[in-house]
Design a protein around this ligand. Sequence first.
Ligand SMILES: [Zn+2]
Length: 145
Amino acid sequence: MSASTQPAVDGWFATDGSGQAYLIGAKCHQCGTYVFPPRTNNCPNPGCDGDDLAQVPLSRRGTLWSYTENRYAPPPPYPSPDPFEPFAVAAVELAEEGLIVLGKVVEGTLAADLKVGMEMELTTMPLYVDDDGVERIVHAWRIAR
Ligand SMILES: [Zn+2]
């Protein structure tokens, strides 16, 4: 049994030299539009026929644009902790990129703690432990310190 930690989805975030997580997005070479999750082609801008996107680090901080609280466990096959704990989901706007990134909010912060316009910062949190005993982590938002 390994006790290692792995991203739940490869390639969505990385960790910088100081151990801080940042998201990886993609940017169109042609028009500069950003997209998350990252992809290598097919610019999301309907007015652009760019087909070559570069992987770029995204801002670690953004503004809370919207949020919700999930009080029900997702149906199978989506992994969920047992017993299920309600969690908040935040839509955070990255000003520089003009992008809104959805993510879970860290444990202990629920909708009552959140307010549109708050500054949020990126972190990671465990999502589930897979069949090999590997802790799978995802990007998450927390209230910026
Ligand atoms: Zn483009």
